[in-house]
Design a protein around this ligand. Structure first.
Ligand code: F3S
Length: 420
């Protein structure tokens, strides 16, 4: 890889040991992937925020001790816990202590404490064509696909190195030629009227991700008047069932206003179809429980927006969560303060809803709770729930989750086309 004299200096340690270490990692990865040069990136979103193993904490602390500072605006993905209300979460002492160590190190290095996996709905929202370095699969897919910003799928620890240097190896999705769609994905028997059922978005994303794998797919047939929270649900689901870093939706996403644009004037390598039966099968696979009981409703994967909270309040319509159910919603600190200021938070709390900030619902230590079955409106959560938390799971719409919480029995009204 061709390096400038300043980059060579950094690699030789002339700008300090922390920068040398970060540059060495970036150069190694760049050479591994055939990058010709480093390119400046304007911001970073760090995914190495959830305490998993001690090595992750020690790596961050080591860089911090060596004097590392982020050279570009850098924001943070969720922590393992609610750092502001750990006692409410009954957070495990050791996990909280390790999370605090990560927090101290990141703040010292200059991170903005966003602690959210929906950074595209607040904070540092990148512009079309902006070169960035983001971790967190749903955020990466959203930034590339919906915003038209450019990031590779930055892995844990690599994201920190790029944030220190402010440059990334120029390969993959940073380059125009690599953003061309490869697969054309058509909807066989799913008309635009079916998108009135909002559960179609996460389920469709889930099926799309499975079909695409690590290829770039272009979906044809979604109506243009789609809402941003629905695209968020699609994106998170697709990036959980496949290694999806970028997708196009023809007529919707910015690099795919036409089919020709999506494929950069070339023909699709392959054309695939998604049927309503495949959507139904996906929903069936996202339900692991055969029973009617659910004791945890978990929303906010990715973190809920202010609009989603308003809709949730409307779904309750003055009713309350059943005694046998806990109703948790995850969001960011900024959305929390918006709903607190608007009074929506207080209405939801009166209904029995608990809103957590900072954390990821899949990472919360469950050993201090006796939950057995969770229900969520997120296909990503439902996809990972059993393997990551040990809880059985059911998928449903936001309204289904509220009805389940109110009556204490799983209520799933099914996909709208099943009812006609
Ligand atoms: Fe966010 Fe955790 Fe879901 S990081 S997207 S809430 S798995």
């Amino acid at each position: 890889m061709k390096l400038t004299s300043d980059e060579q200096d950094t690699l030789q340690g002339n700008h300090g040991e922390a920068a040398r270490l970060a540059m060495a990692v970036i150069v190694d990865i760049g050479e591994l992937f055939g990058a010709e040069e480093l390119i400046p990136v304007s911001q970073a979103h760090i995914d190495t925020t959830i305490y998993m193993v001690d090595a992750g904490v020690e790596f961050v602390e080591k860089l911090c001790e060596l004097g590392a500072r982020f050279s570009i605006p850098t924001q943070l993905n969720p922590s393992a816990v609610d750092l502001q209300r750990p006692e409410k979460l009954r957070a495990d002492g050791e996990i909280l202590e390790k999370s605090r160590r990560l927090e101290r190190a990141y703040l010292k290095m200059g991170a903005i404490p966003t602690w959210t996996c929906a950074p595209y709905q607040q904070g540092l929202v990148p512009m079309f064509g902006e070169q960035i370095a983001w971790g967190e699969s749903n955020a990466i897919a959203f930034a590339n696909s919906i915003l038209g910003a450019r990031t590779n799928r930055y892995a844990d620890l690599m994201d920190i190195c790029v944030a220190i240097i402010g440059k990334a190896p120029g390969f993959g999705l940073h380059l125009t030629r690599n953003r061309k769609a490869q697969l054309l994905v058509k909807l066989a028997d799913i008309g635009s009227d079916r998108f009135r059922d909002k559960t179609l978005f996460p389920l469709l994303g889930f099926v799309f991700g499975e079909l695409a794998g690590d290829r770039i797919g272009a979906l044809e047939g979604m109506p243009k008047d789609v809402e941003v929270d629905d695209l968020k649900a699609f994106s998170a689901a697709a990036a959980s069932s496949g290694a999806v870093g970028l997708f196009h939706i023809i007529g919707v996403t910015p690099e795919a206003q036409t089919r020709e644009m999506a494929f950069q004037g070339e023909a699709p390598e392959k054309t695939l179809e998604i049927t309503s039966q495949m959507i139904q099968n996906a929903e069936d696979r996202l339900r692991t429980t055969n029973g009617r009981e659910a004791d945890l409703i978990s929303l906010g994967c990715p973190h809920y927006s202010a609009v989603q909270f308003s809709r949730l309040r409307d779904c309750f319509a003055g009713r309350k969560v059943h005694d046998s159910v806990s109703f948790w919603v995850n969001t960011s600190r900024s959305v929390y303060s918006w709903i607190e200021n608007s009074g929506v938070l207080q209405e939801l709390e009166q209904a029995g809803v608990t809103v957590f900030v900072d954390g990821c619902p899949l990472q919360y230590p469950k050993k201090n709770w006796n939950f057995t079955v969770a229900m969520s409106d997120s296909a990503k959560f439902a996809n990972y729930c059993f393997s990551q938390t040990g809880l059985e799971v059911a998928f449903g719409s936001m309204a289904d989750c509220v009805e389940t919480a109110v009556y204490g029995k799983i209520i799933r009204r099914g996909l709208s086309w099943q009812q006609s």
